[in-house]
Design a protein around this ligand. Structure first.
Ligand code: HEC
Length: 120
């Protein structure tokens, strides 16, 4: 029970100053983490890419609107890609509402199977 004597003053001080001691996680930040913990199935992910990404990034990921997707994926971590899909980046709008968690996990599993660090 000794921890509580340490914790309570910290909480009290945080309330007094009106500042929460830790940066509270945003809702979409929580979702990025959650999707990152899901095991994706690349066989379904290929279809998600065709439905959601291909119009802009083309089938090869290179000749579309965005920058070289295989090049990016080969040097990225899955969580980075999940973050871009959910939050958007620059000229690419956030796409988190277009897919459920499992679909994003499947998509990212496929992207890394296709273009991940071990494949190029
Ligand atoms: C409406 C067009 C559009 C769609 C749909 C789209 N993207 Fe993008 N994407 C872009 C553009 C444009 C950029 C460049 C963004 C910028 O300005 O940094 C981009 C950038 C990216 C990047 C970052 C690449 C880098 O080198 O920084 C990733 C990763 C990515 N897209 C993945 C996806 C995935 C996965 C999907 C499908 C869920 C998707 N995009 C759907 C247009 C799109």
């Amino acid at each position: 029970m000794r921890w509580i004597t340490v914790l309570l003053p910290v909480i009290w001080m945080a309330c007094e100053t009106g500042e929460y001691p830790f940066e509270p996680a945003t809702e979409s930040g929580d979702r990025v983490q959650r999707v990152g913990d899901i095991e994706g199935d690349p066989t379904f992910g290929r279809q998600v890419y065709a439905d959601q990404c291909q119009a802009c990034h083309r089938e090869d990921g290179i000749t579309g609107l965005g920058p070289d997707l295989p090049g990016y994926v080969s040097g990225a971590a899955p969580i980075d890609v999940i973050n871009i899909v959910i939050e958007g980046q620059g000229r690419m709008t956030a796409m988190g509402t277009a897919m459920n968690d499992q679909q994003i996990a499947d998509l990212v599993a496929w992207l890394f199977e296709e273009w991940g660090p071990d494949t190029l």
